[in-house]
Design a protein around this ligand. Sequence first.
Ligand SMILES: Cc1cc2nc3c(=O)[nH]c(=O)nc-3n(C[C@H](O)[C@H](O)[C@H](O)COP(=O)(O)OP(=O)(O)OC[C@H]3O[C@@H](n4cnc5c(N)ncnc54)[C@H](O)[C@@H]3O)c2cc1C
Length: 456
Amino acid sequence: MGRVRKIVMVGGGLVGSLLSVMLGRRGYRVTVFEKRPDMRLKEISAGRSINLALAERGINALKKAELFDEVEPLLIPMRGRMLHPLGGEQEFSPYGQRPHEVIHSVSRGMLNQVMLTAAEDAEEVAVHFLQECTGVDLDKREIELLDHESGKKHRVGYDILLGTDGAASEVRSAIVRATGGSFCTEWLDHDYKELEIPAGPDGTFQIDKNSLHVWPRHGYMLIALPNLDSSFTVTLFLQKQGEPGFDRLDSPQAVTNFFHEQFPDALALIPELAQDFAANPAGGLGTIRCSKWTNGQDALILGDASHAIVPFHGQGMNAGFEDCALLTRLLDETGTDWPEAMSRFERERIADANAIADMALENYVTMRDTVLDPQFHLKKKIGFELEMRWPRRFIPRYSMVMFHNIPYHIVQQRGLVQNEILELVIANRSPTGEINWPHADSLVGGRLDEISWPTQ
Ligand SMILES: Cc1cc2nc3c(=O)[nH]c(=O)nc-3n(C[C@H](O)[C@H](O)[C@H](O)COP(=O)(O)OP(=O)(O)OC[C@H]3O[C@@H](n4cnc5c(N)ncnc54)[C@H](O)[C@@H]3O)c2cc1C
């Protein structure tokens, strides 16, 4: 392939805007086509995760793009989960055990706006809004766009096509068709709906600001993440149908009764419950697994387009940002050989995408159910102690996902072994519950050393 002159990117969401900054700063000419209006001029619609948890992988990529200084003032650190059991006292469960082991609540809109502005500041990047990709011709190296202002269609050519167009990716369809790859969406039978705890009358947070609040109710849950204006975005995750299910919450009275029974403390903080419940749409939750992310020549998908996951580990965006850092590293390593970098990206990353997809699904059960089990807290306590004794060898799985950059598939493998170790340690306690630490120490090492990872 000759010199890459023109990169076309479809989708200027979280991943597209970050990647365009990274490529623009490397001198590539990038044209981004985004189907929605410019969110800096028009308020984005509610109902699609108003805020998100940003963790180490995302921060690492933002730092590589030299954007973290601009993003940092938008962040609210969350040090752990504040559990709200039914009828019980609030209980705080820290995420990590070192001061920097926190995750951060950030507004999706504000983050996207910072990155879009940085993209446009890079001389080589142009972002065009209200341009929807309606077709991809990989043979002719052209995409078809519908201009939502004029209502007309037009075509644009490219040297490299990057699909950052989210879970319903048009670019993915073309790549899968051309390569004979396979792709599936596994829908969860649970939906989500967003609500709001407003700031208190004095403009302060009504519940602890530095926690991710969880109301676990076994089969379902409510969570709340803080916003800079002292409000919280609250999300109900619940099955679509059944008792209880979204289909049963079909009147203001049914909604209020449900909250009164299951989330009485939250009900007292959500004054607009019935109105918001009726006005905000219920969103679906799915996992996308795709076997081909590139045609091996000039087209590649990244972010949710290639690996949308359920939100229970707070990693979809973080994984997408990590994609951006990986692609730029591979471009460096291959001397900007795009076909080689794209093929290596697919080879190296699919196992990671599948691993975080699995762990995100498991974490739904952890958040809504397992956190209520005393065994979960015992395992966590022992895990923290083993981490103190063996800092490079035993890192709790949650910490590996959220506070490290260890490849997800390694995290998954080490997590399984670590869980077996924790179960053996618990089984070997004395009749009075004392841990046999020499035995625990002897279990760590050996098998864990076999599953190592490259450091970058
Ligand atoms: C309820 C919920 C909570 C979440 N919480 C977290 C969290 O706490 N932490 C975390 O890391 N992740 C979280 N996520 C996941 C995160 O939202 C996604 O992983 C992330 O948005 C992916 O970014 P993306 O740019 O790949 O896709 P998107 O954000 O979907 O962006 C795709 C962009 O492409 C545009 N587009 C789509 N089709 C076309 C087209 N044909 N032509 C032109 N433009 C197009 C769209 O308008 C959009 O702007 C959550 C998701 C949900 C649903």
